[in-house]
Ligand binder design. Structure first.
Ligand SMILES: [Zn+2]
Length: 211
């Protein structure tokens, strides 16, 4: 299942617009490790896992990825993302990010998506919609834990042995989306601004881990 031609075209456009940029691990602030939310795709997970470890190594932080894996990855936390909606997977993942933060004292969260993603293709999502949802997910996580660092990445398999991971700039994406009528690509828009009215305490354990 390769990338659709339209997605390859969109990825090229987003690269040219500096929405998807080369990764610089030195910019990541992750002194105590990261909580990556990733898709478990068995053909990509080794590459994604190695990339996260390399990123941590470059950042100078501890190589300590506390992975949360669900089909679709980081975009699932967007309220409007259609994947596994019936199971409240967004709330499930927020709960488990909260648990991981408290148990492991990690305050850097990585929201990872990839293309081609079979789970996204089953729902008919193009790459712009995937990025839209991961940006919405970032806003939602940031609203819950405002002092945490939250970074978004997309892994692309170009089907010719070439795999690349790009950093997704939220600001650049939102500017591009606004200037290029991004709504035309997104079938499932969030109604509000992406931040949910969730009560913080709902996802936080009552007390920090004692050991
Ligand atoms: Zn996937």
């Amino acid at each position: 299942m390769p990338n659709r031609a339209e997605d390859v075209r969109l990825i090229r456009l987003l690269r040219e617009a500096n929405v998807l940029v080369n990764v610089d691990g030195h910019k990541l602030h992750a002194p105590n490790g990261v909580i990556p939310v990733v898709c478990p795709d068995c053909d990509q997970v080794d590459d994604i896992d190695n990339h996260i470890r390399k990123l941590l190594d470059e950042s100078g932080g501890r190589i300590r990825p506390h992975m949360l894996k669900q089909h679709g990855g980081g975009m699932l936390i967007s309220e409007a993302c259609p994947l596994d909606r019936e199971f409240n997977i967004d709330r499930y993942l927020l709960k488990h990010i909260g648990i991981a933060r408290n148990l492991k004292d990690i305050n850097t969260i990585i929201l990872y998506v990839h293309a081609p993603c079979g789970a996204a293709q089953l729902e008919g999502l193009n790459v712009v919609e995937i990025l839209y949802h991961v940006v919405e997910a970032k806003k939602r996580v940031k609203a819950m834990w405002p002092t945490d660092r939250i970074s978004c990445y997309i892994h692309v398999d170009y089907a010719n042995e070439k795999k690349r991971t790009y950093f997704l700039s939220r600001e650049a994406f939102e500017r591009w989306f606004h200037d290029n009528n991004g709504e035309q690509y997104v079938k499932h828009m969030n109604k509000g601004n992406g931040s949910s009215p969730d009560h913080k305490t709902e996802f936080e354990p009552a007390a920090p881990a004692s050991s």
